[in-house]
Design a protein around this ligand. Structure first.
Ligand code: F0G
Length: 419
């Protein structure tokens, strides 16, 4: 059986794995979960391969939360597909490109991987309510998993700044949803105070169990590739919980002999919300928070909470942080959608970055690349109708609906226009 404990990133103070603290009680630093698994290498790979769990998170339970027992709250989730589409590889001028499509999770984003574990911990510690601040996907996932766990849920969201599908989910799954006049960074600050003062259990990605769940994106894709590391793993980055989780997955996979080579992480931000990319360009001197602006609302974040962990993930994998413009994000999204794959805008930043890095010569044509598509196309239907409506932001690429008379001839005229 794996030995598991929590430890402060800053002062190394240790806590029992069932301690309800989300931050270090001594120095308020972020906590990480540590595991010392009994199995390593082939035996651990075999243990994952033969897991009876229907969940692509709990298959890896021995290195996520070994002792979840009857408290487990699972939809199930994970086991998302690795997708290859030649037209998209050609679009970015590369030959080996796979998409890990996290939009195939139960609420349509990768957040379900972290939420199943955080909600299980909420039950283990006897939490009376759970809460998060969110750009929409975390709140959708929180709402669904809290409903399953039978726990009251609170979501704090920035009014007018979360995509329609995410707001719909958060409300429909029954979370108490409060909107403030501010951005995500304001929501997170308020949520920190709420969790400290009002005693609700915080499940934002500063929660170490969220990271444990989310690191299974990395484990899942490595397992699907028979533990052969790609050269690059490319993902969108906002609050940096996911970048941190992927870095942890890669570190642990190396330590436990699951892989023999570290993939390099590419974290991608939107140009108008790029404090991490800016810090990277300055040699990670420090984080300079900025007001964020981008159409990719999921990653519209100016003061990432997991900055230090993100830096560690990029450094330990010899990774890169890049930014792409909203225009580049939209072009990539149109391509991904038109390939029948589909994703929300933030996810498309990955393909935009791959094309950009290829053009710069940083990525070689035959490099082996996995891009993580973090959210489903239907998360943000508004942007889709804007893209393909009469005032399209990408007129040359828009697939406009055509209004016709209710006749066979009119359909024929659209299908077979006169030459
Ligand atoms: N992609 C999507 C679709 C997201 O929803 C998020 C974050 C990210 C990427 C970035 O991940 O923050 O860990 O760097 N969404 C959060 C939310 C902030 O509240 O749903 P990150």
């Amino acid at each position: 059986m794996t030995t598991t404990w929590q430890e402060c990133d800053d002062c190394a103070h240790r806590l029992d794995e069932r301690d309800a603290a989300v931050r270090c009680p001594h120095c308020a630093g972020l906590l990480s979960v540590h595991h010392a698994p009994v199995l390593t290498g082939n035996a651990l790979r075999e243990h994952f391969a033969t897991s009876p769990s229907p969940s692509g998170v709990w298959r890896f339970g021995a290195v996520v939360m070994p002792d979840a027992g009857a408290d487990m709250v699972s939809h199930p989730e994970g086991n998302t597909p690795l997708i290859e589409r030649q037209q998209l590889a050609r679009w970015a001028d590369v030959t080996r490109l796979q998409f890990k499509h996290e939009g195939h999770n139960p609420t349509g984003s990768f957040k379900d991987r972290g939420m199943t574990v955080a909600m299980t911990q909420a039950r283990r510690v006897g939490a009376s309510a759970v809460a998060c601040a969110s750009t929409g996907n975390t709140s959708a996932s929180l709402a669904a998993y809290a409903a399953q766990a039978g726990l009251p849920a609170l979501a704090i969201i920035p009014e007018g700044q979360i995509a329609l599908g995410k707001l719909a989910q958060t409300l429909a799954y029954g979370a108490r949803t409060v909107m403030i006049d501010g951005d995500f960074d304001d929501c997170l600050r308020l949520m920190d105070a709420v969790s400290a003062e009002l005693g609700v259990y915080l499940v934002n990605s500063v929660n170490p169990w969220r990271i444990e769940g989310q690191k299974t994106i990395g484990l899942d894709l490595l397992r699907q590739r028979q533990w052969q590391s790609p050269d690059w793993i490319v993902l969108p980055a906002g609050n940096l919980g996911n970048t941190a989780a992927l870095g942890k997955a890669i570190d642990e996979a190396m330590t436990w002999g699951l892989i023999t080579r570290r993939p390099r992480i590419v974290a991608v931000q939107a140009e108008g919300a790029a404090p991490f990319a800016d810090a990277f360009a300055r040699g990670f001197d420090r984080l300079v928070p900025a007001e964020a602006h981008t159409i990719a609302t999921a990653i519209k974040i100016g003061a990432p909470a997991s900055y230090a962990r993100g830096v560690r993930a990029i450094r330990s994998t010899d990774g890169l942080v890049v930014s792409v413009s909203d225009r580049e994000i939209l072009e990539a999204k149109v391509a991904i959608d038109a390939a029948g794959v589909g994703c929300e805008p933030a996810s498309a930043a990955t393909l935009a970055a791959i094309r950009k890095l290829r053009r710069a010569g940083t990525i070689a044509e035959d490099d082996d690349i996995v891009a993580i598509l973090t959210g489903h196309l239907l998360k943000d239907p508004t942007i889709v109708t804007e893209l393909h409506g009469s005032d399209s932001t990408v007129p040359g690429l828009a697939n406009r609906p055509v209004r016709i008379a209710n006749t066979l001839d009119a359909v024929a005229a659209v299908l077979f226009p006169a030459q």
